[in-house]
Design a protein around this ligand. Structure first.
Ligand code: ADP
Ligand code: MG
Length: 703
């Protein structure tokens, strides 16, 4: 049985932590670094050189040969270009490694190879990466050896953000500034900073590597484009929290080890609802670090899975008819003196600051439900959101019984006199301790749920970066805080003004609160009646980015300029078209070169059998019927295949990115469904040994 792991020893081993900087840097330089991390600003050139040298020495001691500015471009997980620490040999021919402050702080990847959404046309192709000093550098061990990764932000020559991190950092500053105003108004003069904390729960699938290599759809698109449901689906729900299979357990152990070495505090692991599906959750951290760590988690999952001869699927919907994967974005705000602004305490009705913050969040979410929905949109996620699976595409907020009751009292009477208690949980077994029940139960169908001391935004897709959802959340809440602070700072009677604002916001925005079943059709009708947006697809959601409301919001808080929003929108359209294009071409390929030939071969043999059976003077009705059914589906397939080729060719010729994306959605995708249906029917008619690639049962139950 496997090796033992000492968490305390290995945790952060591959990270250039503050602790390591304290050990390795001269005192004054160390102090400067800490002051920049905590208070912003820039390192002096001299100090940057010292830090770079210390960082390089540490990295080289640990076997690193290269460094890279690690960043999050607008499509794909992360990007890196490796440079060796090679300097020039000295006079004896000995290699002197080198790494300067300039190389640490600023990089120049070729911006033209990353999507810029038109920014490239208007501005120079050049782009810069700059070190995000608040996120520590780390060593990545991979097939390429050991590489020092420096987390960076990526901007164009004129300062437009070309990545996901820059706006996130801007939004954190915005919400910090506005939240501090609120905290001060409520009498806290000690806090100097309000941090955004984020804890992502990551879902994923694991399948056998060799089998996955036999499926073009998985290789090229990360999901299955064909496949009939196996006889056993997830009806039994026996997988959820079930015993972790031995090979998966070994994967998890290695994954944990790698992540702990990288300083990622991953804590919880369990099986998920679907067969082959699992979840991993780290302990929450400051937003930008949590987002970086989530990227590291996704990368590491893929890499470690390969070492275990498995493939990790991060796609939101790898298998039709089987639960998809999401990423719950747990979000809250904490002051640097330790107050969680979303902690209601035992008696939320008496906690005025909490109620006020809650009212502001509700206002923000209701006012910008469209933008929040957009922030969780990606092509793969269109298969989940609104597709009768967790959660619906309509944003609503779940508060739970206790808070809903407090809110109701506030709206009705302007005062909340009581808070419902959770009570004791009685198990009926005297030797088990009686513990306090939470006063909030869970509602798994809600896209935005209050869960004790944080909100849980459950719409984000499993393959997506957490940057976008948190950027939007931070900004909309910053706006609500700002508008409230503008009023409160001028108020003569603060208590009265707070009281009035809470009542006003809750009354005006109560339509966003929904505690019922988010999957039901009744809710869709009710939401429509309430006027809540129901945005069905990624590209419809992209349209909201350039609305007057969105531009005003993001420009006001310095998170995005109008130009940046337009560029992001264009990238979404381009990426959507590209993704569906690849999916369509893959289907065409699999249908023409694998499924149809296999079916024809099988049908040919069956036809011969029919003739032989008939020649033997026996009734061949069953065989004939089978053959007929096969031929019917084959005809349907061929028709859909020809149509898909034609539509795809048309879509590809459209020049305007938005029109092209919508053409793919409205004209190409439906035909992909038309091609899939008869193919899946054929899978049920053709002998298993004749089917050209592994089936759902092979992938999900025999992984
Ligand atoms: P579950 O939602 O499955 O019950 P947990 O309650 O353990 O799981 O929390 C899920 C995630 O929420 C974890 O990553 C956890 O660290 C994070 N979390 C807990 N408290 C906060 C907080 N105050 N702010 C942000 N995230 C938090
Ligand atoms: Mg959760």
């Amino acid at each position: 049985m496997g090796e033992r792991v000492n968490v305390e020893e290995i945790f952060g081993e591959n990270v250039f932590t503050i602790e390591k900087m304290r050990e390795r840097l001269p005192k004054n330089v160390y102090k400067e670094v800490v002051s920049v991390i905590e208070g912003g600003g820039e390192l002096s050139k001299g100090s940057a050189d010292v830090v770079a040298n210390a960082m390089k020495n540490w990295a080289v001691e640990h076997g690193a040969t290269h460094y890279t500015h690690w960043f999050q471009p607008l499509t794909g997980i992360t990007a890196e270009k490796h440079d060796a620490f090679i300097g020039s040999p000295d006079k004896d021919g000995k290699m002197i490694t080198s790494f300067s402050g300039k190389e640490l702080i600023k990089g120049e990847p070729d911006a033209s190879s990353f999507p810029s959404g038109g920014l490239r046309a208007t501005f120079e192709a050049r782009g810069y990466t700059t070190w995000d000093i608040t996120s520590p550098a780390f060593l990545k061990e991979s097939g390429a050896g050991v590489t020092l990764c420096i987390p960076t932000a990526f901007c164009s020559y004129t300062g437009e953000a070309l990545d996901k991190k820059t706006p996130l950092l801007r939004s954190m500053e915005a919400v910090n500034k506005q939240a501090l105003r609120i905290v001060k108004l409520f009498g806290n003069d000690r806090a100097t900073k309000v941090n955004v904390s984020v804890g992502p729960e990551q879902e994923y699938f694991l399948i056998d590597w060799d089998k996955s290599m036999k499926r073009e759809d998985i290789i090229f698109t990360g999901r299955t484009l064909f496949g009939a449901m196996p006889p056993k689906g997830q009806e039994m729900e026996d997988h959820y929290f079930g015993v972790i299979r031995e090979n998966v357990g070994e994967f998890m152990k290695d994954l944990n080890k790698e992540l702990w070495k990288l300083g990622v505090p991953d804590k919880t692991q369990h099986n998920e609802v679907a067969p082959g599906q699992h979840e991993l959750a780290p302990i929450y951290e400051t937003a930008n670090i949590a987002v970086d760590h989530n990227q590291i988690i996704m990368e590491t999952m893929k890499r470690v899975a390969e070492h275990h001869n498995m493939r990790c699927l991060l796609h939101e919907k790898p298998f039709a008819g089987v639960n998809g994967s999401g990423k719950h974005d747990n979000w809250s705000l904490c002051t640097d003196d330790g107050v969680n602004l979303l902690d209601p305490g035992d008696t939320p009705n008496k906690n005025v600051q909490f109620l006020f913050v809650l009212a502001c969040v509700l206002k923000a979410v209701d006012t910008h439900a469209d933008l929040l929905r957009q922030s969780a949109a990606d092509v793969g996620n269109d298969h989940r959101l609104g597709a009768d699976e967790a959660p619906p595409a309509i944003i609503s907020v779940f508060l739970g019984e206790q808070l809903e009751d407090v809110v109701r009292q506030l709206i009705e009477t302007g005062e909340a006199k009581s808070s419902k208690k959770g009570g004791k949980l009685k198990t009926g077994v005297s030797t088990l301790p009686q513990f306090e029940k939470d006063a909030t139960d869970r509602n798994r169908t809600s896209p935005f749920a209050f869960t004790g001391n944080k909100f849980e935004f459950r719409m984000v897709g499993s393959s997506d970066s957490m940057a976008s959802s948190n950027t939007t959340l931070n900004t909309i809440v910053a706006e609500a805080f700002c508008e409230a602070a503008d009023i409160l700072e001028k108020a003569d009677d603060f208590d009265m003004a707070v009281h009035d604002l809470i009542k006003k916001y809750l009354t005006k925005h109560q339509r966003i609160i929904f505690n019922g079943d988010g999957y039901s059709d009744d809710w869709k009708k009710e939401a429509e009646r309430r006027g809540l947006p129901n945005i069905k697809s990624t590209i419809e959601a992209a349209d909201t980015l350039t609305s007057k409301k969105a531009v005003e919001l993001f420009e006001r808080f310095g998170v995005f300029t109008k130009t940046e929003l337009e560029s992001r929108q264009e990238i979404i359209f381009e990426n959507y078209a590209k993704t569906i294009n690849i999916e369509a071409l893959t289907m065409i390929d699999m249908a023409s070169k694998q499924i149809i030939p296999a079916v024809m071969k099988y049908a040919g043999r069956l036809a011969k059998d029919v003739n032989e059976i008939k020649a033997a003077g026996v009734d061949a009705t069953v065989e004939t019927q089978e053959l007929k059914e096969i031929q019917d589906n084959l005809t349907k397939m061929k028709k859909a295949l020809d149509k898909l080729k034609a539509e795809e060719a048309k879509a590809r010729k459209i020049e305007d990115p938005r029109k092209m994306a919508f053409y793919y959605k409205d004209h190409v995708r439906p035909v992909m469904e038309d091609l899939r249906a008869p193919a899946d029917a054929l899978e049920m008619l053709v002998a298993k040994t004749d089917w050209p690639f592994p089936t759902y049962a092979d992938l999900l139950f025999e992984g």
